[in-house]
Structures are given as structure tokens and as C-alpha cells.
Design a protein around this ligand. Structure first.
Ligand SMILES: [Fe+2]
Ligand SMILES: [Fe+2]
Length: 191
């Protein structure tokens, strides 16, 4: 009954991996960095974060949350789920905003890097807080309170969208991004 919830858990593991790698790459914009940031993989990572989590993973969670909401009596938990929904909107806006600005750098426009790094940090912190809140509050509540009928209804309404980076079929356009994740994880493991 919990295949969809297992999917969310798996997505969170993958998202965490990507965010760790992206952080490491963005850190190359800071003074004293040992190498130049690879702008193309940064844009690919943000493009993926827009294409998969924003367009499939978060809407999937929102559909399950809609089923969960009427079953919750605890006010504090209810408020936390509202925060999660607000974060979906904010994450989507910030992802698009960052994509625009890194694309501007690619097009040789002058972008104040300190402001960009500050905004990126706010974004990275929000993503991590969001994952933590979902893992500690939303998923346990879903596992406890959603019925088989709830999950079946969401499954039927869903246009399944396989993960184009960590799923069974890697998209050609994410080949470099996948190699970047594997390479960065190797560097982190030997650091
Ligand atoms: Fe979410
Ligand atoms: Fe999530």
C-alpha cells in the first residue's frame, strides 16, 4: 500500500545526494576556491530540481497531503503540513529565480555574486529544512493515517513521471549531471 510513500522516501535520498553535490560545486564561487565552478552542471542540477521535484515529487506529496489533512486532529501537525505546502511554492519560485540568474552568467551578464550566493544559501537551507520536516512529520503521518483507498485514488489520478536522473532510464540531457554526482561523491568519500 505504501509504494508511493516509498517513492517519496527514495526521492528524498536522491535529492539529498544532489543537494550535497550542488553545494560543493557552488562553493567554488567563494574566494580562495581551488577550481572554477562548472556552470553547466549547476544549471543542469537546477533544471532537474525544476523538472522532477517541482513538477512531479511535490505535486505527488500535495495530492497525498490533501487525503491526509481531513484525518489529522493534532493542531501542531496540521500547521506543519501547511508549512510544507507553503515551502513547495517557495522552493519552486526560488529554483526558477536561480535558474534565471545562472543562465544570465552563462550569457556573460554581470551578476553580483555575493547576492547570488546568499540567495543560493537561503534556497539550500530551505530545501534541507523541507526534507527534514517531511521526513520527520509528513511521512510518519502518511504511513500511519492514509488508507489503501487514499493511496489508490492518488495513484489512479497520477500521471507517473519517472525520475529522469536517478530512475531506471537516465535522460541523455542529464548524463553529465549524473557523472557529476558520481564524481563528486567519490571526491567527498576520499576527502
Ligand atoms: Fe515536498
Ligand atoms: Fe518531498
Amino acid at each position: 500500500m505504501s509504494m508511493l510513500i516509498d517513492r517519496i522516501i527514495k526521492d528524498h535520498e536522491h535529492l539529498t545526494r544532489l543537494l550535497v553535490c550542488l553545494d560543493k560545486e557552488i562553493a567554488n564561487y567563494k574566494e580562495g576556491a581551488s577550481r572554477r565552478p562548472r556552470l553547466s552542471v549547476i544549471i543542469d542540477a537546477l533544471d532537474y530540481l525544476h523538472n522532477y521535484p517541482d513538477s512531479f515529487h511535490h505535486p505527488l506529496e500535495s495530492r497525498l497531503l490533501a487525503k491526509l489533512r481531513p484525518r489529522i486532529t493534532d493542531t501542531e501537525l496540521r500547521q506543519k503540513l501547511e508549512v510544507i505546502e507553503d515551502q513547495h511554492v517557495e522552493i519552486s519560485q526560488l529554483t526558477n529565480n536561480l535558474i534565471d540568474r545562472f543562465e544570465s552568467i552563462k550569457n556573460d551578464q554581470i551578476i553580483p555574486i555575493d547576492a547570488l550566493l546568499a540567495d543560493y544559501q537561503r534556497y539550500a537551507d530551505l530545501q534541507i529544512n523541507h526534507l527534514r520536516l517531511e521526513n520527520t512529520c509528513m511521512i510518519p503521518a502518511m504511513q500511519k493515517l492514509l488508507t489503501e483507498e487514499d493511496v489508490a485514488a492518488v495513484t489512479n489520478a497520477l500521471n507517473d513521471n519517472p525520475d529522469p536522473l536517478f530512475g531506471a532510464h537516465l535522460w541523455d540531457s542529464y548524463e553529465d549531471l549524473y557523472q557529476f554526482v558520481i564524481g563528486t561523491e567519490k571526491e567527498l568519500a576520499t576527502a
